[in-house]
Design a protein around this ligand. Structure first.
Ligand SMILES: [Zn+2]
Length: 272
């Protein structure tokens, strides 16, 4: 039984992962996720049932279409594997219950949001709101989950005001110094600078995290996310000269670590 249930959870996860692959590819393009049925994007040939077995089909076909042998993205088996592992690890932590299933689905949606965020630097509200709504049912007490979701979303919205204010003021100071050095630049810069730090999507994710793990562990999750994002943001800034860093992948990873190990972490530093 002990070994049997994580394996069942893995299989269920991998099957859901193969649907999530379709969502990741079709939703940002505004296509329907149910129609048309799975087909090769190159030769449009519809797939047979045995081309659709999570992970295994990709390996059997050696990553190529059965009909036209054009390459099939390695994203497919990787997402299926990750979703399988998500379901298995969550079933080990929370047992086989309806709540564990809801938590696993919430994490699966966050995996999809993370991959979309990495690629497009924006996420569809539809998926984000679905994750938030589902997360309210991840605990036996819906009212408590809703309360913690509201507190975390509110806290995150306020944090966003603080960070945006700080970033905007720093930018303004920099512009002012440039203009002092070269007054003719005055016409090229706006008078007031407003930089929005963090995306609106992050606020919804913060609410989702609060609903699932509660306020204390949600703060741990966000702290871990910031810690994980720091080296990436430095690399982005100095090596790639990019300021914008997709934050949802880091929030999701911090959330996952805090869901699995947060209790032990708080215990080891003597907070509970
Ligand atoms: Zn093909």
């Amino acid at each position: 039984m002990e070994l049997y249930s994580p394996i069942m959870a893995f299989i269920l996860g991998a099957v859901i992962g193969s649907f999530i692959n379709v969502v990741i590819l079709r939703l940002p393009e505004g296509e329907s996720v149910v129609y048309p049925a799975s087909h090769c994007p190159h030769c449009r040939e519809p797939l047979r049932w045995w081309h659709n077995i999570p992970i295994i089909s990709w390996l059997l076909l050696r990553g190529r279409c059965f009909y036209c042998s054009s390459p099939i993205s390695i994203q497919y088996p990787i997402v299926e594997l990750l979703t399988g592992l998500l379901f298995a690890s969550i079933s080990l932590k929370g047992g086989l219950s309806l709540q564990s299933l809801v938590v696993a689905l919430v994490f699966t949606l966050l995996l999809a949001l993370s991959l979309i965020d990495l690629r497009f630097k924006a996420v569809p509200d539809s998926l984000n709101l679905l994750a938030l709504t589902l997360s309210l049912f991840s605990r036996p007490n819906i009212v408590e989950a809703l309360r913690d979701a509201l507190i975390m979303a509110g806290a995150f919205a306020l944090l966003r005001f603080y960070v945006s204010y700080y970033v905007s003021k720093r930018e303004e100071l920099w512009v002012r110094r440039r203009i002092e050095e070269a007054p003719w630049l005055r016409d090229y810069y706006p008078k007031h600078i407003m930089v929005e730090a963090m995306g609106e999507g992050d606020i919804m994710v913060a609410g989702t995290i609060g609903a699932v793990v509660g306020i204390q562990l949600a703060i741990v999750a966000i702290f871990l996310a910031a810690l994980l994002a720091l080296p990436a943001s430095l690399y982005n800034r100095f090596a790639k000269r990019e300021l914008e860093l997709p934050f949802i992948p880091f929030l999701s990873l911090g959330f996952y670590l805090s869901y699995l190990f947060g209790d032990q972490l708080l215990e080891s530093i003597g907070l509970v």
